[in-house]
Every structure is written in C-alpha cells, then in structure tokens.
Design a protein around this ligand. Structure first.
Ligand SMILES: [Zn+2]
Length: 448
C-alpha cells in the first residue's frame, strides 16, 4: 500500500523554498498530514483519496505571517487616518475593551478566514487582554497553524479601565492559557507570550512575561520602535533606548519576535543580531500609520532574521501576505536603489525564514518529505502572473491574495477553488455583521 496517499497535488510548478532559485515541475504526495514525496515529473502508479490538479499553477509552502491581530478584525475600516498612539488610544483600546467573548470569536473567524483564503497557513498572533480562549477555539476549528497569546497591559496613558490589568493576574491568565493551548490540536496551536509594548507594561510585568515564557519554553512577542513618539517616550521614561530597555527586561533572544523595528540605529541592530532576536517587518501597517520605513536591508546585513506580517486589520487594512511581500520587495528601493531586495529573499521571509523565527522549521516553511503538508496553490494564469518567468518574481511583484486557489494545512484542504471548506462563510459574514455593529456601539462610550 506504499503507493496509496491521502492527497495528490498533480503537475504543479513546485517551489520548495529549500534553496533560493530552485523550482521544478512535478507532484506533491501527502500521507498522514505530511509530505511523503515530491516527484520531478508526473508520479506514476499511485492512488490518492483526493487529487488537486495543479495544472502548471504555482505550489508553494504555506505562507507565514509573524505578526497579526485577528482579534482586531471587527474594527477594520473604522480606524483610519491616525498615527499609532492616537490610533491605539481613540480606537483600538476602546474597541478591545468593548469586546465580549462572542465578539472575540467572530473577529478571529473573520481574520482566519481571510488569512486562509489568502494563502497564509501559519500565524504568530497577538490577542487582547481577555477572552483569548475564543481565538484559540476559532483557530482549532478552522485548521490554521497558530501561535498566539493574550496581550499584557498594566500601565500606560489612556488605557481604558477594562483593559488595565493587575500584574500578577495578567501573568497567571497567560500561564493558564498556555497550559491549556500550547501543543493543542495535535501541535498545530502554540502559546506565545505577548506583552503589548514598553509603554503599556510595567517593568515587573515585562520581566514576568520573559520569565514565564522561558520557564515553559514558549516564544515571546512584542512591539518595538514602531513610531517616533513611542521611541522618545520610552527614552524619557526608562532613561534608555527602547531596544536597550527590552534587552534589560529579558525581551531579546532567539525566542523573541519583535514587530516593526522602524526606528532602529546601528547599536540597536547589533544588539538584536547578537542576541538572535527576530524582527517582523510590517510595511503595510507602517505606511498606513505613517510610522516610517524599517531599514530591512540594514537589518539583513546585520544578520537579523526578518519575517513579514500584516499587523492588525484596522491598520493595514488587509491581512494579505502578498501585499506585504509586494511592499517589502519594492519599498526599500527608495533608500537602497532598485536591487535593495532580491525577490527570493522576500519569498523566504514569508516561508523559510519565518518558520525559523517561529522555531517551526522542522514542521513548515519549506516543501520537503517529512514536513507537514502546509501548501498553497497560486493561479499561474492570473493576468498579473503572466507571462511565465522566475516564480519568485511573479509572486512578489505580481501576485495577490485573490490569486490563491487552494490552501492546505497538514494535508487538509481548507480552501478549495478559492472557497473556504472548513467553515460556513455565510454564517461568518452574518456573525461579523451583528457583532461588529454592537462592539463599535459600545466602544464609542469608551473613547476618551
Ligand atoms: Zn501589532
């Protein structure tokens, strides 16, 4: 029975991402949720329970985003034209304080539906302070690979009462969530401790987060040096630069992923590189919030591993890894000239490099026998992908989330022919309509 498989993706242009510049025409065969074989040319004499005819379309490792906030999805298109600190104080924090448990789940469903339909199979996600079980429940049901954590906030200006936490309670809640969800759904879900940023956490809470994560072997995620005012405020309050401060509370290391890093100097980059700290580049959100342009080529030259993420739906306003790749592939030309970013490197930042940041490189991020069958099939006949050319060039400069045909996680087809198979889309639409309106009504009373 060795020629019998669960899934057969036939006749694709397969881009394994094990090495930049490599691709082949062939088949991917899946058994028990893992890639069994990748054949050059057509497999013969095999049978499979399900077949996806790739028909020359591009077969990629499932795409990875290292920084999203699915819980913010119901605020999308209701928090525009603001800079970071105003965006947080007058929209995002009141919104998060107004969320009830059902709303958290509806928001997460919207986020995950969009991510899967757009080819993102793995996320590092940032929750709000409460009801974070509901995000994990949605991730479990919808089949996405998800590392996530409740956020922590016990300090800061303009934080609504409903979000401000007791330091010990905040840490205890995270520990309880992590014990319940880390490794759940057969290892598809994981916990990642998520102190929001230096300005909304006491030093004690920051140190507690680092200690908690290390005691359990969980990842750490936070925001850093996104906005000039934030950086100046950290400097004023802590008496040291933001990255130096994060280092002093334990928030650097190979188990830490910091979103943004827009305002870093050479010393910051050297410290991040020396400690193995990862950065998630979020160009879409950085542009929309007028935060600035992170110097990714300089980070890469320093030896920092960089991933990509859309950040929150209200500051982007889409959760498309293709949008982030297109921006990462072009934005840095302004500072460094037209060769600033190799498209293969950009694609690696959404696959292989991101998997390394999330400590998932033995599970996902490349197409190799033995790894989880996390895959995306992109329509190679879509107008912006024509004519035929180097696949990384086509994807980074030409492709959009709307060109994703099929999304597979652990061999399970979650999106087929651009339609979600794993949840009732009409039901999600109904829920987000109801929940979104109610939350935004309650949120208005909390705006300072
Ligand atoms: Zn964020």
């Amino acid at each position: 029975m060795s020629d019998s498989y669960d899934l057969w993706i036939r006749n694709g242009t397969v881009i394994p991402m094990t090495r930049n510049g490599d691709w082949l025409t062939g088949d991917v065969l899946v058994r028990d949720g893992r890639i069994a074989t990748i054949t050059r040319g057509s497999a013969t004499g095999v049978r499979a329970r399900e077949v996806l005819e790739a028909d020359g379309n591009l077969v990629l490792p499932g795409l990875i985003q290292c920084h999203v906030h699915v819980v913010q999805s119901l605020l999308r298109h209701h928090a525009d034209n603001l800079e970071l600190l105003d965006w947080l104080r007058t929209r995002t924090w009141p919104y998060e304080a107004a969320l009830a448990g059902d709303d958290v789940e509806a928001a997460a469903q919207l986020g995950f539906a969009e991510l899967l339909a757009g080819g993102t199979t793995t996320v590092l996600d940032f929750g709000t302070t409460h009801d974070h079980d509901r995000v994990f429940a949605a991730a479990e049901a919808m089949g996405i690979r998800c590392l996530s954590g409740k956020t922590h906030m016990d300090a800061g200006d303009g934080v609504p009462q409903g979000l401000l936490e007791d330091t010990d309670r905040s840490l205890a809640d995270a520990e309880e969530l992590g014990r319940k969800w880390h490794g759940a759904a057969g290892g598809r879900l994981g916990y990642a401790v998520a102190p929001r940023f230096a300005l909304s956490c006491s030093r004690e809470l920051m140190e507690g987060c680092a200690e908690l994560a290390r005691r359990h072997g969980w990842l750490l995620q936070s925001h850093a040096s996104e906005n000039r005012t934030e950086v100046a405020e950290v400097d004023r309050r802590m008496g040291m630069g933001n990255i130096q401060y994060l280092h002093s509370v334990g928030l650097t290391g190979p188990d830490v992923i910091l979103a943004h890093g827009v305002h870093l100097d050479g010393a910051d980059r050297r410290l991040l590189a020396a400690t193995g700290t990862g950065i998630c580049h979020c160009p879409g959100a950085n542009l929309k919030l007028a935060s600035g342009v992170a110097d990714v080529p300089a980070m890469l030259r320093s030896g920092i591993t960089v991933g990509l993420g859309a950040d929150g739906p209200p500051c982007n306003n889409r959760l498309s890894i293709f949008h982030e790749m297109a921006l990462a592939g072009t934005l840095h030309n302004l500072r460094h000239g037209p060769k600033a970013m190799d498209p293969w490197k950009v694609l690696a930042m959404a696959t292989r490099d991101a998997a390394r940041l999330l400590h998932l490189e033995t599970i996902t991020g490349t197409l190799q026998p033995g790894l989880a069958a996390d895959m995306v099939v992109v329509d190679a006949t879509a107008w912006p992908l024509l004519p035929e050319a180097d696949p990384a060039v086509r994807i980074v400069y030409g492709a959009s989330a709307g060109h994703v045909l099929h999304t597979v996680v652990e061999g399970r087809i979650l999106v087929r022919d651009a339609r979600l198979t794993v949840a009732d889309s009409a039901e999600i639409v109904r829920r987000i309509g109801e929940a979104g309106e109610a939350v935004r009504r309650r949120m208005k009373e909390l705006i300072p």
